[in-house]
Ligand binder design. Structure first.
Ligand SMILES: *Cc1c(COP(=O)(O)O)cnc(C)c1O
Length: 368
């Protein structure tokens, strides 16, 4: 209801319920060399071919981009063995998450996510006017039984990050399938596999198999993590024709800009890039986890390019964060994820891993 006596524009009440997303910080006052391990951006920067493609496209930026991202969708289809007609690209996967919530959510609907799931689901779902329900987890992992028990006749979307950010946890493939099988057919299961390329678990499928098995599952992917293009804002989704069609009706007509399409295409074509990044991550994820564990800090198992470290209390996590900052290292505080005792640390270069491990060890010694 609009208020006839309001003297200024009034947002819908649900908009004011949203706590604005706080991204990873990137500056520390008075520190020259900042080591930024707060946004899971990947250890190696952008692929060289993507930088070259970005530079090359500069003289053409007066042109509108291809609104259908046709070449990029074809390249994605070829690389992953998917039907390019059932792929849609977005201004980051964030844009696609927002559209899904508006398309299938809205007043009178429920959107489900796990307790420590990715914050964008809560922001986008609330913006759409849905009730966003955070379902309790087991061991910081999605609990399929709890998720199914939370389904109501009003439920329209279930979001699962696979693996999840910020916990790093991965639902076994059989459990993800059990979740899909247990959901009513009209409920969309959105599998967000932003970190798919880093997963080493044997039976892992990023979501395409479940997409193909029915008409009610969508897979979300991004160029922001392993492909090193977070600043370009490119994500994509693969889903049932009807779901992709709905997104295409409402998305920004020129959502993926001309430089972003060029850079993403080149990143996909970069020889050996994903293999190199995955090998580095697998090695240093383990080494960093071992070093932090040896320093006396609990590290949760992770399939991503980041570690969730648990300092036991919120006070100690805050003190550790301050100590790391004093060494020029920015990691991600987790209070907004209801994990105030934790810090999330991105796996960086070998040198960065060494520096953050030393700083954590130094902090723990100071606490002894
Ligand atoms: C980083 C991340 C994304 C990617 O977002 P973009 O908008 O594509 O940059 C999506 N989901 C999760 C869980 C993430 O951590």
């Amino acid at each position: 209801m609009t208020d006839p006596v309001a003297t200024a524009p009034v947002p819908r009440a649900s908009v004011l319920q949203i706590a604005a997303y706080v991204g990873g910080e990137h500056k520390l006052p008075g520190v020259n060399r900042v080591i930024k391990l707060s946004s899971n951006e990947g250890a190696f920067g952008p692929p060289p071919g993507a930088i070259a493609a970005f530079t090359k496209v500069a003289a053409e930026i007066h042109r509108y981009p291809d609104g259908g991202s046709v070449e990029l969708r074809r390249a994605l289809g070829a690389r992953y063995g998917l039907d390019a007609d059932r792929i849609v690209c977005g201004t980051g996967s964030d844009e696609l998450i927002t559209h899904l919530c508006h398309i299938y959510g809205g007043a009178g609907t429920d959107i489900l996510m796990s307790m420590h799931g990715f914050t964008m689901y809560q922001i986008a779902g609330t913006y759409a006017g849905s009730r966003v329900i955070k379902v309790p987890e087991q061991n910081l992992t999605t609990d399929v039984d709890a998720m199914l028990a939370a389904v109501t006749p009003e439920t329209t979307i279930v979001f699962v990050a696979h693996p999840n950010n910020p916990t790093g946890s991965l639902l076994p493939q059989s459990e993800l399938r059990r979740l899909r099988d247990g959901l009513p057919a009209h409920v969309l299961l959105a599998i967000d596999s932003a970190y798919a390329e880093y997963v080493e678990a044997a039976e892992y499928d990023a979501g395409a198999a479940l997409v193909d098995a029915g008409d009610n599952t969508i897979m979300l992917r991004t160029f922001s993590k392993v492909f090193g293009l977070g600043g370009m804002r490119v994500g994509w989704a693969y889903g049932p024709a009807a779901v992709i069609d709905a997104i295409n009706r409402v998305r920004g007509v020129f959502n993926v800009n001309i430089a972003a399409q060029a850079a993403a295409l080149a990143a996909l074509a970069e020889p050996g890039w994903v293999e190199k990044c995955r090998a580095h991550n697998t090695e240093w994820r383990a080494k960093l986890a071992a070093a932090i564990t040896a320093a006396g800090v609990k590290v949760w198992p992770t399939e991503g390019n980041f570690l969730l470290t648990d300092f036991g209390t919120a006070e100690r996590a805050k003190a550790a964060d301050a100590h790391l900052r004093s060494h020029g290292i920015i990691v991600r505080a987790m209070a907004s994820y209801d994990l105030p005792q934790c810090l999330r640390i991105t796996v960086g270069t070998a040198e960065e891993c060494g520096l953050v491990a030393d700083a954590v060890a130094g902090f723990m010694r100071s606490q002894a």
